[in-house]
Design a protein around this ligand. Structure first.
Ligand code: AMP
Ligand code: MG
Length: 285
């Protein structure tokens, strides 16, 4: 009898990775690339994935207790309203908070500006066995900094290579990067900014500067194109997530995280004590 094979889900990492010849403007931010075609089904699948992600995270943590150095950095980039906050809440819903640290990076302080641009990120790298989320990152140093000419081209140009070298060195030390660009359309951003302004509970998220940055959409698109293509390396690829539909964004992110942790294949370490002996001692106690 012919065996019915379950339809194989394509690797989401493969599907979203920035490869040679990648062109950002060819991506459709509304497109549903894989998986469920509606919100409820996507939410159901995310919920089903959650315990698997949690188990992998626990094994990663258990390994670190025995000296393993592996850890994960999730880098979230995207324009205002692209959903970095929502993406963070999704990651938060999948992971044990004890092994998760979220840092939002805004304008550098005067002290940070005196240091190397990577310094403040170095301070927030995850401890072995844990996951760090960077809500914005050192990529701003070739995005907002480039678009707004906060430093000269001579200063920002070499940063792509610096970033690649830095990430590669960290990968050698056990860091896995999940670099995600949340890609929304200009129309979607207008709707989300208007929604913020219309809702007194969301007005605090709006910053009058957001509409000024929005006016530089094509300059940002160009800067993103360069950052994504120059810094998508085999060691630390970039993933572009179509993010106009929040439920699809979350579904893709959940799979990216799951695939990344599964690829590490963490395992519970063998106890460094004699289980039978300890069981007898406890029973007799
Ligand atoms: P938000 O993510 O909305 O809280 O805003 C953070 C702000 O910090 C954004 O406007 C970023 O453009 C800005 N930002 C982040 N990194 C840098 C940087 N290296 N230089 C200047 N501005 C930055
Ligand atoms: Mg903002």
């Amino acid at each position: 009898m012919a065996r019915r094979l379950a339809p194989q889900q394509p690797s989401i990492r493969h599907l979203l990775a920035v490869n040679d010849g990648f062109v950002l403007s060819e991506i459709d931010p509304r497109r549903v690339l894989a998986g469920p075609k509606d919100k409820d089904a996507a939410r159901t699948e995310i919920a089903a994935l959650a315990p698997k992600v949690a188990a992998l995270q626990e094994m990663l943590w258990a390994e670190a207790k025995r000296g393993a150095t592996r850890r994960v950095v999730v880098v979230l980039q995207g324009t205002d309203t692209s959903g970095k906050g929502g993406a963070t809440r999704l990651v938060d819903s999948l992971l044990d908070p004890a092994g998760l640290a979220v840092t939002g990076f805004g304008k550098p302080t005067p002290e940070e500006l005196r240091r190397h641009f990577l310094w403040r990120f170095e301070q927030r790298l995850p401890r072995p066995g844990t996951v760090a989320v960077f809500d914005r990152s050192y990529y701003e140093d070739v995005l907002v900094v480039r678009v707004n000419r906060l430093v000269s081209e001579r200063t920002w140009k070499p940063r792509y290579q610096r970033i690649n070298d830095w990430e590669a060195a960290l990968v050698d030390e056990g860091v896995s990067f999940v670099k995600v660009m949340l890609y929304i359309s200009a129309d979607e951003q207008r709707e989300r900014l208007l929604a913020r302004l219309a809702d007194p509970t969301k007005q605090w998220k709006y910053n009058p500067g957001d509409v000024d940055e929005r006016a530089k959409w094509s300059a940002y698109a160009e800067a993103y194109q360069d950052a994504l293509t120059r810094c998508s390396t085999p060691a630390a690829p970039w993933y572009v997530v179509p993010a106009d539909r929040k439920w699809h964004r979350d579904w893709l992110l959940a799979h990216l995280l799951h695939e990344t942790l599964a690829a590490l294949a963490p395992a519970y370490p063998a106890p460094d004590y004699d289980v039978a002996h300890e069981t007898a001692r406890v029973a007799a106690s």
